[in-house]
Design a protein around this ligand. Structure first.
Ligand code: BGP
Length: 462
């Protein structure tokens, strides 16, 4: 075999509650920011498809677990929806949610698939958002109570927990670039939101350890390696370091080392936007670092030194310190507009090995969203997504190389198991090993890549 992975490698995929479960009348779920935003501005969502119309995992989870078996999963990540379990964000627990998650996790376990469970995937309960969401310190307390509730309810069966998925996304999308509700653009707010997320993570880790459960707890970060336009140009290199501090190390450093990057702290001090914190917060972050790092990798960041002057009257933004470099000839996923750079996954794993104590990690998301995949439907009724097979294989080669060179990478999860609802892109780009037919009662059909993945998982390589 060309590429052989270590024994017990985790093969599977990732999804999230808000992108898959859907809502049905009487399920007791409360509103989160996406439910609310969609109810107010459905035109912001592709084809006006909202989160209520996700892939109906709430009803179809048993069938879905069988499909996971058929596509070679030995592990699978989803998230608990805070607004399903605790509809108002604080207070009463929804008993139907408890029953649903128990059944779902049991179904996975009974079929030999380990559930990896994330606590927060961009889905702030609306009751808390109305009071400021992550901007408000009370949300940190509410989150810790929610986390404790999850550990108490499901901690005996779930042994891999994650405090957040991509905590930089609420910062960027909600508070810098106006891509998600509340669509703000305010660096001081973004910094406060990020700080509260990092603190909430550390406090949840502390609570998990105090709960006496035997599993592991970590965080899932989207790491976008920042490559300077010219690695021999010190100004490009410096700009890339700053971009890295803003978007990667802002969460990677506190999660793994318990500290924040000096370059970033210096900038925040200069701008007088150091987040508000209480006396003990930095010690809590210092003392409660992760066991396990999930790495989501889609694309790199290409950076060059700032070429245009910064408008001193405009509100500060990270881009005051660097420019995005539009590298000629880069390979693109045209549907998503993201560069495909396979070696990036190797560079991340090497960085974690060399600079982050080589802590246990795994690829928790990697994948390729493609529009209008029905073009590739064969007469056999299956989508022939050879491009996805190629994408995964090419990334896996680099994961394998990193492992050969000592990276402590324990698994590979694809984004995603079956086509799901992708925030404002809704069902525009399809990512799954399994297709979901929106016209036909959300019928699931395994794609060619799903059968291929099953073989890879069985052979533990290819
Ligand atoms: C990650 C998120 C996922 C997922 C994926 C694909 O950032 O963790 O929730 O959606 O990206 O991206 P998109 O849905 O924006 O195409």
């Amino acid at each position: 075999m060309e590429v052989q992975f270590p024994e017990n490698f985790w093969w599977g995929s990732a999804a999230s509650g808000p992108q898959t479960e859907g809502r049905i009348a009487g399920d007791g779920k409360g509103e989160n920011i996406f439910d609310y935003w969609y109810s107010k501005e459905p035109e912001k969502f592709f084809d006006q498809v909202g989160p209520d119309q996700a892939s109906e995992v709430y009803q179809k989870y048993k069938e879905d677990v069988q499909l996971m078996v058929q596509t070679g999963h030995n592990s699978f990540r989803t998230s608990i929806q805070w607004s399903r379990l605790i509809p108002d964000g604080v207070g009463a627990i929804n008993p139907q949610a408890v029953a649903f998650y128990n059944h779902y996790f049991d179904e996975l376990i009974n079929n030999g698939i380990e559930p990896f469970v994330n606590l927060y995937h961009f889905d702030m309960p609306m009751g808390l958002q109305a009071k400021g969401g992550w901007l408000n310190r009370e949300t940190v307390d509410a989150y810790v109570e929610y986390a404790k509730t999850c550990f108490a309810l499901f901690g005996d069966k779930v042994k891999k927990w994650f405090t957040h998925n991509e905590p930089i996304v609420p910062v960027e999308a909600g508070y810098l670039y106006q891509l998600h509700y509340p669509e703000e653009s305010n660096l001081a707010h973004a910094v406060q939101v990020g700080f509260h997320e990092a603190l909430a993570s550390a406090l949840a880790i502390k609570a998990y350890r105090e709960s006496g459960h035997s599993g592991e707890i970590g965080i899932i970060l989207n790491l976008t390696p920042s490559y300077p336009r010219d690695s021999n140009n010190p100004e490009d290199v410096c700009a890339a370091k700053i971009a890295d501090a803003f978007f990667n190390r802002s969460f990677l450093d506190p999660a793994v080392k318990g500290t924040f990057p000096e370059e970033l702290v210096k900038i925040l001090k200069e701008l007088s936007i150091v987040p508000k914190m209480q006396e003990n917060d930095l010690a809590v972050i210092q003392n409660n670092t992760i066991d396990l790092l999930g790495i989501n990798y889609y694309q790199p960041r290409r950076i060059k030194a700032k070429e245009s002057a910064v408008d001193q009257n405009a509100a500060p933004m990270p881009e005051d310190y660097f420019d995005i470099y539009d590298m000629p000839g880069k390979k693109m996923n045209p549907y998503r507009g993201w560069e495909i750079y396979e070696k990036g996954i190797y560079d991340i794993l090497s960085n974690v090995r060399d600079n982050y104590g080589n802590l246990p990690c795994f690829i928790s998301e990697n994948g390729m969203g493609v529009e209008n995949e029905s073009r590739f439907l064969g007469e056999d009724g299956m989508i022939h997504d050879d491009y996805r097979i190629e994408f995964v294989r090419d990334h896996l080669r680099y994961v394998h190389q990193a492992i050969q060179e000592g990276a402590n990478c324990l698994g590979y999860h694809m984004w995603t198991c079956m086509d799901n609802w992708s925030w404002t892109n809704a069902y525009k780009n399809r990512y799954g090993f399994i297709s979901v037919d929106l016209e036909n009662n959300r019928k699931r059909t395994i794609k060619k890549s799903g059968y291929w993945f099953k073989q890879v998982s069985e052979k533990n390589g290819f």
